[in-house]
Structure formats: C-alpha cells, structure tokens
Design a binder for this molecule. Structure first.
Ligand SMILES: C[S@@+](CC[C@H](N)C(=O)[O-])C[C@H]1O[C@@H](n2cnc3c(N)ncnc32)[C@H](O)[C@@H]1O
Length: 221
C-alpha cells in the first residue's frame, strides 16, 4: 500500500484532525532521531525479536511513544518530587531519554528483548556524546514480572506494553514496594487498554488527550 492510500484510509478511520496530528508527531519523532542520530523509531513485532522469559505471548510489539505528546504530557502532569521514572517495557529507550532530557532525575527501563536493550544502550551512549553529559539512565534486560521495584522509584510508565496478566503482576509488585516503603507515586498509563486493573489498584487522578493520544494518570494518595 502506498503512503497516500495509507493516509487516506487513516483519515477515513480516525478523521482529518487526528491524522494530521499523527503526521506532525511522526515528523517530530523523525527529527529526534535525525538530531541525535539515534534509532528509536519503527514498529517491531515480537515475532522478529528474541525474548527473555516466559511472557512473550502476553507482550505487545515494540512501538515508541511519540516524543511530542510525551513532552507535552510531562509539562502537564504533576510528578512527585525527586522523580525516578520506570518504563515497563522500555524498548529502544525513547521515553527514558525524553524524561531525563526534560529534567527527570533518573530513569530505569526494563525490557525483555536483548536486541532492543542493545539498541537502547547504544541510543543512550549516542545522546550522552551529543549532549556532553552523563545521563542517569539504566536499561535492565529481563521480564518485568521479575523486576523488584526500588525504594526511590516513584513514577511508573506503561505504554500498553502487555496484557492484563502481566499488568496485574507488575501492579502487585508496585503495591508490595509501597507497603515496604510508603511514598508518593504517579502511574502513567498510555493507551490504557486494561485500565480497570489500575482503576482497582490506585486512585485515578486525571485523563489526558494529547495529540490525539490518551494517557491516564493515577496516584496512591
Ligand atoms: C509498546 S512498546 C513501548 C516502548 C517504550 N516504552 C516507549 O513507550 O517508547 C512495549 C515494549 O514492551 C516490551 N515488553 C512487553 N512485555 C514485556 C515483559 N513482560 N517484560 C519486559 N518487556 C516487555 C516489548 O518488547 C516492547 O518493547
């Protein structure tokens, strides 16, 4: 299918305004990779990736969060002080980079595809060289269900990375961590397909539509 047919089908399905907004967002994404010489774009099916652990069939394919909408979100969302962000299913690390470049103190990504982890590590190195500063970003290879949440982590980001089974397990780990170390947190769920799980676990604070993209914000108090 050629590009124009694709755009025409998109307009019919989502409307003109949403389609134009997505095209503009894609241009900003292209600019991010062009500016830093990173590789954060393009969808990748999990069938084309190696995966560590037993949850491949519960996971979503790689697709990056749109840079413009994420940056706008960060301008609007009240985050706890000394924010340390965790991106569950961080892919090529775009959210980690955007967060730290926007002033978030520290970011940690967990990703079960070794290929995507390698690309994320490389992207971080490239942006560190381009900006001449060391970025406090770590990428941990593994399944999110095995990740033990640290006491300083207080902003939890999900871009619809997996189904309800895995989401339940991660939410349980966040709750366990809060019992061990009570603190203020924010949970951001982008494209909130399984929002009922977070609705039952946390306090829904706000919903945002930014550039046609839906985000839900939750807190624990
Ligand atoms: C929709 S992409 C989001 C990428 C990134 N968070 C972003 O917003 O740019 C979802 C990612 O979650 C990863 N993923 C899915 N299930 C996972 C699991 N159980 N453990 C670790 N990573 C997982 C996929 O490999 C994919 O890279």
């Amino acid at each position: 299918m050629d590009l124009l047919t694709n755009i025409w089908l998109h307009i019919q399905e989502k409307g003109l305004v949403r389609t134009l907004s997505i095209i503009f967002n894609r241009m900003v994404d292209f600019h991010f990779d062009f500016k830093y010489k990173t590789d954060t774009r393009n969808k990748i099916s999990l069938h084309d990736l190696t995966v560590t652990g037993e949850n491949k069939e519960h996971g979503s394919f790689y697709q990056p969060t749109m840079a413009l909408s994420f940056n706008r979100l960060l301008e609007r969302v009240p985050l706890p002080p000394e924010s340390v962000l965790v991106d569950f299913g961080c892919g090529k690390g775009r959210v980690l980079l955007l967060a730290v470049l926007r002033g978030i103190k520290k970011a940690v990504g967990i990703e079960f595809s070794p290929e995507l982890c390698a690309i994320a590590h490389n992207n971080i190195k490239i942006v560190e060289q381009a900006t001449g500063s060391r970025l406090d970003i770590s990428v941990i290879e593994g399944d999110v269900t095995h990740y033990e949440i640290k006491d300083d982590q207080n902003v939890f980001f999900f871009f619809n990375p997996f189904d309800d089974v895995v989401l339940e397990a991660v939410v349980k780990n966040i709750k366990k961590s809060l019992q061990r170390k009570p603190r203020e947190i924010a949970v951001i769920y982008y494209n909130p397909v399984h929002s009922h799980i977070l609705d039952n676990a946390f306090l829904p604070k706000n919903g945002y539509i930014i550039g046609g993209e839906e985000y839900m914000l939750y807190a624990n108090c």
